[in-house]
Design a protein around this ligand. Structure first.
Ligand SMILES: [Zn+2]
Length: 486
């Protein structure tokens, strides 16, 4: 029985990794960039473009981002083996290995017996250098999908250990969320990385001073970390703090060599912002992602015959759309600019401070209204009675610490698992701008994929996320075995 199960899973792997035949001619690229906007589909991209236009003028329109002007564009389905609505683990597995798997699984089959080899591992084997950058923790699902194999994305310590043993040349961005395990009692994975030869960098000054050295391996973790060991949202980033673009520029400098490189860059907090239904944070990170991609575009201009850049999303998050029932055909994206920080910043700076030492008995919504005005640009007195009541109800829930009661369905629909007052405020602010949300989770609609450079035309059309792997493998000259069983 066990053998039969294994055999069936192996057959599945073979079916998905059949040698691809492309209608277009395939020309090799030595330098390959894969940019993944986590949770980024058409709505997230369009919201950033409409916002950019609203900042630049008054007539409606889009200011196109750098990557949305790439000459090749496709649509990519993202479903996994268990659901139309994927997660970053199975979506990352599809992009990195060409295999569908179950939600939550990284680089193993749904039965969790077969281990899949990743495009980054193939690249390393072929003598290319490999870089992995993410602005969320480097042990998170999307970056892990390029170097780790675990039955569950929750096996974070195992992911950290596999990072240290990967031999990849450059890791940069967020920190590690569990380098010593869930309980903090395991051998330190950062130490393991040091022993494996990594130069470990944790300050902006040391990061800026990094220079390419033959044989050097770098693990660079951002000096400033926000929620869950991630880099701060762009909207919260302080002057002088490193940006995602800095990590891309440094990666290009460190990875550049005559044998080529494979460089994966994730913008992971577009997803987190959209889970929390915070359009301002999502738009800020999407625009910052475009600036990071611009660094690769500069490189591509210098090495057009050797470079391919692709930009895609792993899935959509939030069911974001432009259009809300309450505002019908109008939008007011300028209102997004009134928000001073992300929902995380409002939770930690405003709500936590107000709750400190106060109970529901001595809490008064009027105390916090000036902060709501300052942070979100929401003038309470100018709201409808229904909106005022929503704020009053959510304020009481927040003061009672009732976030955990979100398990109750009606409460979940209003607040997800988020701080009730904060998510109510982002909803009111977003809806006033004409942005609506359908969920606090992912959705199943396809994502756009953009390509610029060598063999770009391969990425035109409508295809599945597993095909991103086979297309990349072809462009990188990787010969795929009949089955991936490793
Ligand atoms: Zn997500």
């Amino acid at each position: 029985m066990q053998y039969r199960k294994r055999f069936a899973a192996l057959a599945l792997a073979i079916a998905f990794i059949a040698a691809p035949v492309f209608a277009q001619s395939v020309e090799r690229a030595k330098y390959v960039f894969v940019f993944i906007g986590d949770g980024m589909s058409m709505a997230q991209v369009s919201a950033a473009e409409v916002y950019a236009r609203s900042m630049a003028g008054t007539s409606p329109g889009f200011v196109k981002l750098g990557f949305t002007q790439f000459p090749a564009q496709g649509l990519t389905t993202t479903y996994d083996s268990t659901s139309i609505i994927t997660d970053s683990a199975s979506a990352g597995t599809a992009i990195a290995t060409g295999n569908k798997t179950a939600s939550g699984v990284i680089n193993m089959d749904p039965g969790k017996t077969i281990r899949f080899k990743t495009i980054a591992e193939y690249a390393k084997e072929a003598g290319m250098r490999v870089g992995i950058v993410s602005n969320v923790s480097l042990d998170h699902a999307t970056p892990a999908a390029f170097y780790a194999k675990v039955p569950s994305r929750g096996d974070i310590y195992d992911i950290c250990v596999q990072l240290a043993a990967s031999g990849f040349d450059y890791f940069g961005g967020g920190g590690l969320s569990q380098p010593k395990g869930k309980l903090g009692d395991q051998p330190d994975a950062v130490e393991m990385a040091r022993r494996a030869g990594y130069t470990v960098v944790t300050s902006a000054a040391a990061f800026r001073a990094l220079k390419p050295v033959a044989g050097q391996k770098v693990l660079a973790m951002n000096e400033t970390l926000q929620d869950s060991s991630s880099m701060p949202y762009e909207i919260d980033r302080e002057e002088g703090d490193l940006s995602l673009a800095d990590y891309v520029a440094k990666g290009i400098e460190l990875l550049f060599n005559p044998k080529g490189f494979f460089f994966m860059v994730e913008s992971g907090k577009i997803d987190w912002a959209c889970h929390a239904n915070d359009a301002a944070a999502s738009i800020g990170d999407t625009l910052a992602f475009d600036r990071a991609i611009a660094k690769a575009m500069e490189f591509q201009k210098k090495y057009p015959k050797d470079t391919l850049i692709i930009v895609t999303g792993d899935h959509e998050t939030g069911g974001m759309s432009i259009g809300f029932a309450g505002t019908k055909y109008s939008t007011a994206f300028g209102r997004i600019a009134l928000q001073k920080g992300s929902y995380v910043q409002f939770d930690s700076q405003v709500i936590a401070g107000y709750k400190d030492g106060r109970t529901i008995a001595d809490a008064n919504l009027a105390d916090i209204l000036p902060e709501i005005k300052r942070f979100f640009g929401i003038d309470y007195a100018a709201l409808s009675q229904a909106e005022q009541e929503m704020i009053q109800r959510s304020f009481i829930r927040t003061m009672k610490g009732e976030v955990e009661r979100a398990a109750q369905e009606s409460v979940y629909l209003m607040y997800g698992g988020y701080e009730p007052l904060t998510v109510t405020l982002t909803h009111i602010a977003n809806q006033a701008a004409g942005i609506g949300w359908t969920t606090y989770s992912h959705t199943g609609i396809p994502v756009p994929t953009y390509a610029l450079g060598r063999s770009q035309a391969l990425f035109d059309g409508y295809y599945d996320n597993t095909e991103i792997f086979t297309k990349l493998a072809a462009v990188m000259g990787i010969k795929l075995p009949a089955a991936v069983k490793k």
